[in-house]
Structure formats: structure tokens, C-alpha cells
Design a protein around this ligand. Structure first.
Ligand SMILES: NC(=O)c1ccc[n+]([C@@H]2O[C@H](COP(=O)([O-])OP(=O)(O)OC[C@H]3O[C@@H](n4cnc5c(N)ncnc54)[C@H](OP(=O)(O)O)[C@@H]3O)[C@@H](O)[C@H]2O)c1
Length: 334
């Protein structure tokens, strides 16, 4: 493999995601080639490749722990994924370290649509970048550059692996993000805003990118090109399970929730975050907007805990990535 190993491997990952998206049945394994003669990697979901006539290392991904590890004649490298996001390298197959890191971080999200089918709603990953003291913005609302450049690339990789990106109305109006994939190759995700009015949507419609959705308003004055989905909730906020089901019905099977605090907290508090990614930067704001706003708990034992988690260094900070423990999950009750 050459210097562009990571980019080729990223391209393969995008193709795996595409193939998984077309696969109607849950599968316990997936095989793909990192390079082929025409420069496109082949993908086989559910069974190994029939012949090994093509060039390029073959990678196997095992999703079902019952499936035996394939011999080296069938797969150069073998990974297994458990607990949604825990990637174990069973056989590295000579893949360079940066490629192993790429797969270790992003392989699980290529299978989001499979989880979505099982859940009957869009698969949800929530990401925030916070200070050491748990703030995602200053009191005035500034949050630019809490995460460093690599965190930005990470966010763009996650956008490319997701069918949609979700933000709340205050993030739209304060940050005016484009919500596009620019730092890596990949498809543009749908851009979904939760808001009771279309104010500020022009920040999205005026730049090229994925389809724009407004959830929560009648959208009577929405700019042209906005897909308005008038959903409502008893307290003015739409139940997040309804949001994820509605998106699933529209073919959006994975979402990357990019904040702010209120938006992320509603999904989290209602048990509708499958994977949480919190980037922690080595800085202290001392005051500002807390990352999460959830109802008070009587004691630490009642707190919301991560079931499985891992720490990944990113820039000069680190990212905690975890799955959420359900109340009946013994792993979360330690
Ligand atoms: N550091 C980071 O990672 C990061 C990421 C994103 C944003 N930020 C910062 O966070 C701040 C904004 O966060 P925030 O907590 O104030 O607001 P927010 O979460 O961006 O937006 C909240 C608004 O979104 C709408 N909304 C959210 N959940 C909804 C639901 N379930 N149903 C219907 N509508 C829903 C509501 O809009 P309506 O009021 O219109 O009904 C709500 O008032 C900004 O300063 C931004 O810079 C930081």
C-alpha cells in the first residue's frame, strides 16, 4: 500500500456503508477489498468472496461473535465489532497503523443502517466538543475552536458516514454552520434543523450541500428548497423517538447530532442516543453553557452511565466515545 493508504481505506469504508445500506437483511459478516484493478473496492455482505482473482488485501468484518474467524486464505485482515462500537483487530494483515486506527474508529458507523432497521428508527450518534469544565460555549455563545482541526476532520468523517446531521435552532442562528462534508471525501448528509420557526435557514439553503429539513414548524415562511416536517410536542419540543422514526420513514437511517446542549440533552434524556462522542479540550472556560441539561438525579448511582467506552487522543485533547447504558443493562449498574 502507498502513502494514500488512509484515503483508499476511507474510500473502501464509504463503499461498505453504501453496500450495507442496500442490504435488507441483517448480516453477521462483511468482506471488502482495499484495492482492485479499477480502483474501486468490492464489498460482499453476509459471505466471503467466492474467488480471490482480484488484487488488493481482503478485509473481513465479523459482526456476530458466533461466526468463526476466516483463515488467512480468505481474509488478510480481520476485525470484529461488538457492543456497537468496540472494534477488535483479530488479524492486522500487514495494514499500516494509520489504516488500523481509521478502521478502529470508523468501521462501526458503516453498519448504522443495519442497526436502524433493527431499532425501527434512525441510528443516532451525538457529538459535542467541550472544555475541561464541561462547557460547550461561553456565556455569550461562542463555541468556535473548542475542538481543534483534527476534531473538525473527525466531524466531517462522521457527517460523511451519516445520512443526516441534526442541530437545534440556536446553534443554527449562533454558528450559521454549513453542515457539509468538506475536509474528507464523501456524500453530503441531509441537514436537519429542529426549530419552531424557519429563521436562519438561509445559512443552509444558500450553500450547496445535502437536502435541508425543518422539523417542528409549519414552515409557512421557510425559504425555497426546505423540506418542512410539521411535528409538535406537548412542551413545545418534539419527542426525539418521533424525530428518529420520522427520519427513518424518509430514508434517513443514521443521524449525527451536532448540538447544541438542549438538542443533545433531549435525545440523551429520552434514551435516543446510541453512541455518544464527547471531545474534551484542555481548556477551562470557568462559566458558559453546560454540555448537558438533564433532570436532577438524587445520587451518583442514579446518573446516566456509559455501558462501553473508549478514549481516543485527538489533537491536544481526547474524545470519549461510548454507548449508553440502559437502566436494565447490568454493565451500567456497577
Ligand atoms: N461545542 C460544541 O460542540 C457545540 C456544538 C453545537 C452548538 N454549540 C453551541 O451551543 C449553543 C446553542 O445550544 P443551545 O443548547 O442553547 O440550543 P440548541 O440545542 O442549539 O437549540 C435549541 C433549540 O432547538 C430546538 N429544539 C431542540 N430540540 C428540539 C426538539 N426535540 N423538538 C423541537 N425543537 C427542538 C428548539 O428550537 P425553538 O426554540 O425554535 O423551538 C430549541 O429551543 C451555541 O452557543 C452554539 O455555539 C456548541
Amino acid at each position: 500500500m502507498s502513502a494514500s493508504d488512509v484515503e483508499k481505506s476511507w474510500d473502501s469504508l464509504l463503499r461498505v456503508r453504501e453496500a450495507v445500506g442496500l442490504c435488507e437483511e441483517p448480516a453477521g459478516q462483511c468482506y471488502f477489498r482495499l484495492e482492485t484493478e479499477n480502483g474501486r473496492s468490492a464489498v460482499s455482505i453476509g459471505r466471503p468472496f467466492r474467488s480471490s482473482a482480484h488484487s488488493g488485501p481482503v478485509v473481513a468484518v465479523l459482526l456476530d461473535p458466533e461466526i468463526p474467524v476466516p483463515p488467512a486464505s480468505r481474509a488478510d485482515a480481520v476485525f470484529s465489532i461488538q457492543d456497537l462500537i468496540r472494534v477488535r483487530t483479530i488479524r492486522a494483515g500487514g495494514l499500516p497503523r494509520p489504516v488500523l486506527r481509521l478502521f478502529g474508529t470508523y468501521l462501526p458507523y458503516a453498519f448504522s443502517s443495519m442497526h436502524a432497521r433493527r431499532l425501527g428508527r434512525a441510528f443516532a450518534v451525538s457529538h459535542l466538543a467541550q472544555s475541561l469544565d464541561g462547557r460547550i460555549a461561553t456565556l455569550a455563545g461562542d463555541s468556535k475552536r473548542i475542538g481543534g482541526p483534527k476534531n473538525l476532520v473527525h466531524a466531517h468523517r462522521m457527517r460523511a458516514l451519516s445520512d443526516g446531521v441534526i442541530i437545534g435552532s440556536r446553534t443554527l442562528r449562533r454558528d450559521q454552520p454549513r453542515l457539509t462534508v468538506r475536509y474528507v471525501e464523501g456524500r453530503q448528509p441531509a441537514r436537519i434543523v429542529l426549530a419552531s420557526s424557519p429563521e436562519g435557514l438561509v445559512a443552509l439553503t444558500s450553500v450547496e450541500g445535502g437536502d435541508v429539513y425543518l422539523l417542528g414548524s409549519d414552515g409557512s415562511s421557510a425559504p425555497p428548497g426546505v423540506n418542512v416536517v410539521p411535528l409538535h410536542g406537548a412542551d413545545g419540543l418534539i419527542p426525539t423517538s418521533e424525530i428518529l422514526r420520522e427520519l427513518m420513514a424518509r430514508g434517513i437511517r443514521s443521524v449525527y447530532i451536532e448540538g447544541g446542549a438542549l438538542t443533545a440533552s433531549r435525545f440523551l434524556g429520552e434514551g435516543n442516543v446510541d453512541v455518544l462522542q464527547v471531545h474534551i479540550s484542555p481548556l477551562i472556560l470557568g462559566s458558559g453553557l453546560s454540555s448537558f441539561r438533564l433532570p436532577p438525579v438524587p445520587d451518583v448511582a442514579s446518573s446516566l452511565r456509559l455501558a462501553y467506552h473508549a478514549f481516543t487522543p485527538v489533537d491536544d485533547g481526547m474524545m470519549v466515545v461510548g454507548t449508553i447504558a440502559r437502566p436494565d443493562d447490568p454493565k451500567g449498574a456497577s
